[in-house]
Ligand binder design. Structure first.
Ligand code: BTN
Length: 245
């Protein structure tokens, strides 16, 4: 990973640049990193706040030979790689909130956005975008984010070298990705479960189709969250906002 890194000062979104590079046929492992995004995108068409000089705004292009419905597994794999990198470099112990939020002390420090280019049922390329709040102070966040977002600086009291974090994340990603390609999702799933805060808790999942309330009993082999409702029915959730109760 990261043998070719495109570094840009300011872009609309690293996802957009990575998508056009993927269309041009660049090799797997190509990375786009920007100091600042003017139109950073989050899940569910939300904006992602991406100011200059503080965070890691990065998109990775990979080309796994997998069917479209297994790509949520790569989001979970990326979350594990980032948690491992943060644990390796800092004293922090982040948790993962399904599917892709990395939390420290109940506040979001990292978001992951996985987008696909596919033909029929087969993946052509996957663009994994990661937004990591590294050196923001609390007052650097817009007011509406101050209660829900945090950064590695806020949690540790010191600032961190973004390049070193990127390097460690790419190394961790590379080794988990080879494990995934050789042994499948099972070992990744076990690691993911060891970091998950959403498991065995009562929660509400707000999906585009409605709300599901129940206990999160695990994740399925395709990366979906399994919720047991009070009627003892198991619901599979692929995309939702999760509120822990
Ligand atoms: C989320 O909603 O939690 C996902 C946020 C993903 C943000 C990253 S920043 C780098 C890449 N470029 C984007 O426009 N979005 C992703």
């Amino acid at each position: 990973m990261g043998r070719t890194i495109h570094f840009e000062e300011t872009v609309t979104s690293t996802q957009k640049i990575a998508q056009s590079l993927a269309n041009d046929g660049v090799q797997e492992g190509t990375i786009v990193v920007a100091d600042q995004q003017t139109n950073g995108r989050g899940r569910m068409s939300r904006a992602w706040y991406s100011p200059s000089g503080t965070g890691i705004w990065m998109s990775m292009i990979i080309r796994p030979n997998i069917p479209v419905n297994t790509t949520p597994q790569l989001t979970l794999l990326t979350a594990v790689a980032i948690v491992q990198a943060i644990e390796e470099l800092t004293p922090l112990k982040p948790d993962i909130k399904w599917p892709n939020d990395i939390m420290i002390n109940g506040k979001k420090v990292v978001g992951i956005l996985t987008e696909l280019q596919a033909e029929a049922d087969q993946v052509h390329s996957v663009i994994i975008g990661t937004g990591i709040n590294v050196n923001q102070k609390i007052e650097d966040f817009p007011e509406d984010l101050q209660n829900i977002a945090t950064s590695i600086l806020i949690e540790t009291g010191t600032s961190w070298e973004r390049a070193q974090l990127i390097q460690t994340i790419l190394l961790r990603f590379e080794s988990l990705y080879s494990l995934f390609l050789s042994k499948g999702f099972k070992p990744i799933k076990l690691l993911w479960e060891s970091y998950a805060i959403s498991l065995n808790k009562v929660l509400i999942a707000r999906t585009l189709k409605g709300t599901v309330e129940g206990i999160a009993i695990g994740i399925d082999d395709d990366g979906a969250l399994l919720i047991e409702t009070c009627e003892k029915k198991i619901e599979k959730i692929y995309s939702a906002d999760i509120e822990l109760k």
